[in-house]
Ligand binder design. Structure first.
Ligand code: AMP
Length: 215
């Protein structure tokens, strides 16, 4: 099955599209952000170590996130969606080597192109269901019943600690400084594809489906 990277700044819609791909194609989402947040809530040493860095909107070390991905890949499977990883050139090299070692490869790197000015609004309005992961937005996608998830009915709706304007500015800075060079890196490798991340989620998903081909 196909292995892809969803590449784009915070708020580009990577998580939303990954959820759609999991549902429609049975792909496996590997989100280093989710893994790090899980480590934080289960109170592991590593979780404690990354808390401040994440709240400040900075990147955690390559060593930590490469280790997390290595562990997941060792569990086997294929059809991976790398969401929020890689974020630096050393991470990109490490991913290539890890896939190589398994006799696997990266099929497409999908760049979700968005207008940076739209990101503050997207990020500061977003919240998710802590139970099923459905993503909402105060203005563009509120829940039908205030305080409860439309999909599973849970009232465990959460906002991320780093989804505030100050952290977002730092996250954007990190993205344009350290992650955006990956666009050129994958272009040169011939795997880069672009989609219009400003379109509605369904339209973005249709563009991605066209790149990936029949499910
Ligand atoms: P995300 O959920 O992808 O927005 O990630 C949230 C935060 O987790 C980021 O702002 C970083 O602090 C950290 N993080 C997630 N993935 C990575 C990565 N691949 N490299 C470094 N830091 C990461």
């Amino acid at each position: 099955m196909t292995n892809i990277i969803l590449l784009g700044p915070p708020g580009a819609g990577k998580g939303t599209q990954a959820r759609i791909l999991v549902e429609q194609r049975g792909m496996v989402q590997l989100s280093t952000g989710d893994m790090l947040r899980a480590a934080q809530s289960s109170g592991t040493e590593m979780g404690k170590k990354v808390t401040e860095v994440m709240a400040a909107g900075k990147l955690v070390t390559d060593e930590i996130v490469i280790g997390l991905i290595e562990e997941k890949l060792a569990e086997g499977g294929t059809g991976f969606i790398f969401d929020g990883f890689p974020r630096t050139l050393p991470q990109a090299d490490a991913l290539g080597a890890l896939l190589d070692k398994r006799g696997d490869k990266l099929d497409s790197v999908i760049e979700m192109k968005v207008d940076p000015e739209a990101l503050v609004d997207r990020i500061t309005g977003r919240f998710t269901c802590g139970q099923c992961g459905e993503v909402y937005h105060d203005r563009t996608k509120p829940t039908h019943n205030a305080g409860a998830c439309d999909v599973c009915g849970s009232t465990d709706l959460r906002r991320r600690a780093d989804d505030n304007e100050e952290s977002l500015r730092k996250r954007l800075f990190e993205y344009y400084q350290k992650t955006s060079p990956l666009i050129g890196y994958y272009y040169a490798k011939g795997t880069l594809r672009g989609v219009d991340g400003m379109a509605e989620p369904e339209a973005v998903s249709a563009q991605i489906a066209k790149i990936l081909g029949p499910a």
